[in-house]
Design a protein around this ligand. Structure first.
Ligand code: TMP
Length: 217
């Protein structure tokens, strides 16, 4: 992956299930566009046709049907295409890229959740996409039991739980603890947002967490 300077911003939304990331991504996109900025909203796994195809394999189906290593490799394959086709070109054009999940989900889910070696997960990520790191990461913090209940409430009738939602509460707690550890280790990049609050209050916290980046534009 070629590393070149870019003038855009990469903002990632992270958190457990039902944290409200996509709602907040939409609200922030609206706010940034109102300032005249070009905004690209995207997600992982996914964000381009091949990566969306890989998403179907990774996210749908029964829990326990893919080994953790295969899951990691598929997620990283999707990321390579997504970064190459969508994220880098947008950053180089000067766009703000708002990405629903990125590296920290891999560390939290495959590292802390599945128990894969964290150093190895980080190294494979770097091998796949180079040193690209988000300019800011918003960790939408919500207790796993509350987030999972929210997901259950909003799922349309007849829709099955995805492979991650089927995991035990203990798995989701490990993921949550992982996000907390990651946030503590990188306080400049990762900002905690209380996602148990109402959406407008969460949006206000996000505005504050990005304040210094706005003032650069
Ligand atoms: P979503 O429900 O937020 O769209 O994300 C789909 C699932 O993918 C979510 O349960 C977490 C999982 N995931 C990982 O396990 N590792 C990753 O690196 C990414 C990007 C997502």
């Amino acid at each position: 992956m070629i590393k070149v300077p870019y003038s855009g911003r990469l903002i990632t939304f992270e958190g457990g299930e039902g944290a409200g990331k996509s709602t907040q991504q939409g609200l922030l996109a609206h706010r940034l566009r109102a300032r005249g900025l070009e905004v690209v909203t995207t997600r992982e796994p996914g964000g381009c046709p091949l990566a969306e195809e890989i998403r179907r394999w990774v996210v749908h189906g029964q829990a326990g049907t893919i080994t953790a290593r295969t899951e990691l490799l598929l997620l990283l394959a999707a990321r390579v295409e997504h970064v190459h086709q969508v994220i880098w070109p947008a950053l180089q054009r000067g766009a703000w890229v708002l990405c629903d999940r990125f590296l920290d989900s891999t560390l939290a889910y495959q590292g802390y959740g599945r128990g894969l070696d964290l150093v190895l997960v980080q190294q494979w990520h770097t091998w796949a996409v180079g040193s690209l790191l988000p300019d800011r990461t918003l960790w939408l913090d919500v207790a796993p039991a509350i987030g999972l209940a929210r997901v259950g409430l909003v799922r349309p009738a007849g829709w099955a739980q995805d492979r991650f939602e089927q995991e035990t509460l203990a798995f989701h707690q490990r993921v949550q603890d992982g996000f907390q550890t990651l946030a503590q280790a990188s306080p400049d990049r990762i900002r905690r947002v209380d996602a148990a609050l109402a959406p407008e209050q969460v949006a206000n916290q996000i505005g504050m967490a990005l304040h210094d980046l706005f003032s650069d534009t």
